[in-house]
Ligand binder design. Structure first.
Ligand code: SAM
Length: 219
C-alpha cells in the first residue's frame, strides 16, 4: 500500500502496479479536491497524529507540503512509524524555510517568516525526532532553486492572496504593508524589474528496519 497522509501531491507516476493507495486529510473540503484529482486512491478523513489504521498497514508513506500544519508533529511522526511494516519507508517533502531566507514572500512580508518560524523545524530537529520515534536510518537532501522573478508578476501573485498560505495567515495590516512595499519598489525600478528570489526543497527518507539494532543519520 502507498499513502499520502495528506492530499494532492502524490507522485502518481511512481505508483506501483497493483498497489492500493490511501490518502488522508483532516478536512472534507481538501479530500473533495483530492478525490477529483485522483479517483484510484481511497480517500480517508482523519488526523495524522491519530491515524485510523492498524499497525503495519503500509509499505510506504509519504507526506508532502503539510507537516508544518500538523499541530502534534512528534505524534504524527510516531504514527508513520507505527503504520509501516518492517522494511517500510516514510518520505517527507517540504520547503525548508531555514534554507530560503531570500524567498520573495519573506522579503516583502516579514510577518510570514515570523509565523513560519514557529511551524517549520530545522532539519536537525526533524532528524532527531524521526530517529527518536524509531526509524533506523534517516537521510535528507536539499534542492536549492534560485528563482529570478519579475516584480510585476510577483505583485500580481501576491495580490491573489488565497494562492499563498503564508499570505492568508498574516494580519491584514502586514499584508497591506507588503503590497505597498512592492508597489513602491515597482515605481522606483519600473515594470520590467526582476528581483532575486529562492526556494529550497528538503526531502527526508526514513527507513524502518526489521530489527531495532542500529540507526544511522546521513546527509
Ligand atoms: C498545504 S496543504 C498540502 C496538501 C497536499 N499534501 C498538497 O501537497 O497539496 C496542508 C494540508 O494539511 C492538512 N492537515 C493539517 N493538519 C492535519 C492533520 N493533523 N491531519 C491530517 N491532515 C492535516 C490540511 O487540511 C491541508 O490539506
Amino acid at each position: 500500500m502507498k499513502t499520502d497522509l495528506n492530499t494532492q501531491r502524490v507522485n502518481y507516476d511512481a505508483i506501483v502496479a497493483g498497489a492500493v493507495m490511501v490518502g488522508m486529510d483532516l478536512f472534507a473540503g481538501m479530500l473533495r479536491q483530492a478525490q477529483a484529482r485522483c479517483q484510484t486512491a481511497v480517500w480517508v478523513q482523519g488526523d495524522n497524529a491519530a491515524a485510523p489504521f492498524a499497525d503495519g498497514s503500509f509499505h510506504y508513506i509519504t507526506n508532502q507540503f503539510s507537516y508544518p500544519h500538523v499541530q502534534n508533529k512528534p505524534r504524527f511522526f510516531a504514527e508513520t512509524y507505527r503504520l509501516l511494516q518492517p522494511d517500510g519507508r516514510f518520505v517527507l517533502t517540504n520547503i525548508d524555510l531555514w534554507a530560503m531566507p531570500g524567498w520573495a514572500i519573506y522579503r516583502y512580508f516579514p510577518a510570514a517568516w515570523a509565523l513560519d518560524e514557529q511551524d517549520f523545524w530545522p532539519v536537525e530537529q526533524l532528524v532527531e525526532v524521526l530517529a527518536g520515534v524509531g526509524y533506523g536510518r534517516v537521510s535528507y537532501t536539499h534542492q536549492h532553486i534560485p528563482v529570478p522573478t519579475r516584480l510585476a508578476d510577483f505583485r500580481d501573485d501576491a495580490a491573489a492572496r488565497h494562492r499563498t498560505s503564508q499570505l492568508m495567515a498574516i494580519a491584514d495590516a502586514d499584508y497591506a504593508a507588503g503590497l505597498a512595499a512592492i508597489g513602491h519598489e515597482l515605481q522606483a525600478m519600473g515594470d520590467t524589474a526582476v528581483i532575486e528570489s529562492e526556494v529550497c526543497l528538503i526531502t527526508l527518507v526514513c527507513e524502518k528496519f526489521k530489527e531495532k539494532n542500529e540507526w544511522t543519520i546521513l546527509s
